[in-house]
Design a protein around this ligand. Structure first.
Ligand code: C5P
Length: 398
């Protein structure tokens, strides 16, 4: 959000035990420089006091006991108009029922009725309430009219049951808010993003791989989805959570990655190869576990297909973006790869630099494009770098 005017989140909190998670959500939003206007129902005030939200949001909380003085100062229509996004978290079955039926009999439902902002509803309740066909019918209706519904998580519920009904973690709700608010300047792009390492098996237990965490590729997929692109994330094995709104295809070997890319290639507009694909694989795969022997063990390797190079030969009007992880001579090596693989852009980073190596949340990169532009970027988060890469991709479209 660095340079934009702060976005205003109107957060409706209704009366469920998950209200405590809404407290954390406000803290995270404020930390990311959103302004937050909380509206609480009477029920919510039984669980958490308005003072808690007021302290964290640094704004008076609008409640159902909203008096005439407050109304003349803030006004429910002003509240509705001030929203860049309207979030209801947690949303009880009652609030969902009221919204679906068009009832506006308290402040939250009235302001929601009046808003023109995108609406995000995060239901949280007992599993049987959640599975109730009336509730499900109400959610379908809200989806149909364009409200975003955040599926509850499964797990232990405060009522003692196990199942679906938990309010997702505040981080996950925050990610949905970012997703909704982001400028949709990548709408129309169908991107293949690759991420993570490949694994080249030696036997059923061992493989050759590398230190890639997949974080850069996942950041690219997440940010592209936020900006309105359709994204297929083709991922080697990682420990990361798939970003919302992204189709994920899991692969192991370079050959599987190649196959998965070719399956999607015709329909895509660009390929971003952030994966650290192994350059070699063992010539032989032993179906049985390789046993310890007396002497040394020779493993013969043969080259994997260079997927990007192959795509570069076909091109078919797609934008191709590669990565170059280098240990020296950054610009010259990257430039050479750009030409050899017939790419439109290459993102180079020196993995020996602090803040630019594997598994971190930051990167220091240089973007070089086919027109000869070179941008050396400072240390930044991988999400920020992803934004820079897409800003640059858009310049290549002009
Ligand atoms: O030549 P080098 O492996 O350094 O090139 C890196 C770029 O090429 C990355 O974008 C990587 O994803 C891609 N690559 C590939 N197929 C390979 C090896 C790397 O597409 N077998």
């Amino acid at each position: 959000m660095a340079n934009d005017k702060p976005k205003n989140v109107v957060l409706g909190v209704s009366g469920g035990i998950a209200c405590y998670k809404a407290v954390e959500l406000v803290r995270l939003l404020v930390k990311e420089q959103y302004t937050v206007q909380v509206i609480m129902t009477r029920g919510a005030m039984q669980f958490v006091t308005p003072l808690t939200f007021q302290t964290l949001s640094a704004r008076p909380v609008a409640t159902d006991t909203f008096n005439l003085t407050q109304e003349s100062e803030i006004g429910h229509i002003n509240l509705a108009d001030s929203a860049d996004i309207f979030v209801v978290a947690p949303a009880t079955a009652n609030v969902i029922g009221k919204i679906a039926a068009g009832i506006a009999d308290d402040l939250l439902s009235t302001v929601l009725m009046a808003t023109q902002a995108p609406v995000l509803i995060a239901p949280a309740m007992n599993i049987h309430m959640y599975e109730n066909p009336i509730l499900q019918e109400n959610l379908r209706k809200l989806r149909r009219i364009g409200y975003e519904i955040l599926e509850p998580d499964e797990g232990y519920l405060a009522c003692g049951y196990e199942g679906k009904g938990r309010l997702p973690d505040p981080e996950a709700i925050l990610e949905q808010i970012r997703l909704q608010l982001k400028k949709k300047d990548l709408a129309g792009e169908k991107l293949i993003v690759t991420a993570g390492p490949s694994r080249e098996p030696l036997d059923p237990i061992r493989y050759i791989s590398n230190r890639s965490s997949g974080k850069m590729g996942y950041a690219l997929a997440r940010v592209a989805a936020r900006r309105g692109a359709e994204v297929v994330l083709i991922s080697g094995p990682t420990a990361l959570t798939p970003p919302p709104g992204v189709k994920v295809t899991a692969v192991n070997t370079a050959a599987e990655m190649r196959r998965a890319i070719l399956d999607e290639y015709a329909a895509c507009t660009a390929v971003i190869m952030a994966a650290a694909v192994a350059d070699y694989h063992p010539v032989e795969f032993s179906a049985d576990k390789i046993k310890r022997g007396k002497g040394s063990l020779d493993v013969r390797l043969e080259p994997n297909p260079d997927i990007l190079k192959e795509l570069g030969r076909r091109k078919d009007g797609k934008l191709l973006i590669g990565f170059a992880a280098e240990t020296g001579n950054l610009d010259a090596n990257a430039e050479k790869k750009l030409r050899e693989k017939n790419l439109d852009m290459i993102v180079a980073n020196d993995v020996t630099k602090q803040g630019s190596g594997f598994d971190g949340d930051t990167n220091i990169a240089t973007i070089i494009d086919r027109r000869g532009a070179t941008h050396s970027l400072p240390l930044m988060s991988k999400d920020e770098l992803a934004d820079q890469i897409f800003d640059h991709l858009l310049t290549l479209r002009r």
